[in-house]
Design a protein around this ligand. Structure first.
Ligand code: GLV
Length: 308
């Protein structure tokens, strides 16, 4: 039985080393250089080239190299009869919280304004809005969303959350699908942590921005496809949104001539809000590999119908 690491946009080497560190006897190969694809039963994948999984006749399980699986399913030849598992890791959730907290505070304490003042050598104070007077809305209350909601609430923010189904989280007022308007109408800071599914593509659009309180802030740490990019530019130009912090984009790396690069109201980071650490997730990968070998139920299996 053999594992293959099949990835683009990620370096397979640290993953190989982290897995070998746990169990040096594991047979691990790296795409495209496997010596025999028919012995591969477990594929560790990130943005595999379209159709490539068809080359593995004895594949039994596919494991995402991240929290999301949309990058797997966008392959129209993806073998939908196989179990798919994803990575769930406390360090991913904490890293996401740290990113969001930083972005929220950057907006709240107007660091962009002070940077502009510095460039003009201006010493001028502005009374900041207090955390306790600020409502953060989190779209998506899965593992990451729920963790961030709790931590931001502990930091003193007023938190509202929105998810497809009703969620119970202490000190968080939660809303379901059909309550999007009432949810968004409260959010000084709107955070997207949704899975990418046909229902959530383009959900961050003009219609939504027009319901947010004026001068609110958008943080997108989910997928670029959640956002209608031209609608964001319009919302920033009209002042409906004060700014945005974007970590994900429809095309990554963000093309050099993309208008976001030169927009002063947009903070851009290169999909780094929560980078999977191979050493931290290797134990759960090996555990799932062994469960697969002994035909036992897998951990963190994804519902392919639901898409997350
Ligand atoms: C990152 O975007 C992930 O899905 O882990």
């Amino acid at each position: 039985m053999t594992i293959s690491i099949i990835c683009t946009n990620k370096n397979p080497e640290p993953w190989y080393l982290a897995l070998k560190e746990i169990d040096p006897s594991l047979d691990i190969q790296i795409w495209p250089d496997e010596n025999n694809k028919s012995v591969i039963e477990f594929a560790l994948c990130w943005k595999q080239p379209e159709g490539i999984l068809q080359d593995y006749p004895n594949l039994k399980c596919i494991c995402s190299m991240g929290a999301g699986i949309d990058h797997l399913l966008s392959d129209s030849f993806f073998p939908k009869n196989l179990p798919v598992i994803r990575l769930i890791d406390p360090s991913l959730a904490q890293s996401m919280f740290e990113y969001i907290y930083t972005a929220a505070m950057y907006y709240l304490r107007e660091f962009d304004l002070y940077q502009r003042q510095k460039n003009q050598i201006i010493w001028e104070q502005h009374q900041p809005k207090a955390i306790s007077q600020t409502t953060i809305g989190i779209m998506g209350l899965g593992k990451l969303g729920e963790y961030c909601a709790r931590k931001l609430s502990q930091a003193g923010f007023n938190i509202v959350g929105w998810a497809r189904t009703k969620k119970q989280i202490e000190d968080v007022k939660t809303y379901t699908s059909e309550q999007l308007e009432i949810f968004v109408s409260q959010t000084d800071i709107l955070i997207c942590l949704l899975p990418l599914t046909p229902q959530t593509v383009g959900i961050l659009n003009s219609e939504l921005f027009n319901i947010t309180p004026k001068n609110s802030y958008l943080i997108n740490v989910a997928r670029g496809e959640h956002l209608v990019e031209s609608d964001l530019i319009t919302a920033l130009n009209t002042g409906q949104l004060k700014g945005a912090c974007l970590d994900v984009f429809t095309t990554e790396p963000l093309p050099q001539d993309h208008p976001f690069w030169t927009n002063d109201k947009i903070v851009i980071t290169p999909h780094c809000s929560s980078i999977t650490d191979p050493v931290s997730v290797a134990p759960q990968i090996v555990q799932n590999y062994r469960l697969m070998q002994s035909c036992k139920p897998l951990m963190n299996e994804v519902d392919l119908q639901r898409g997350y």
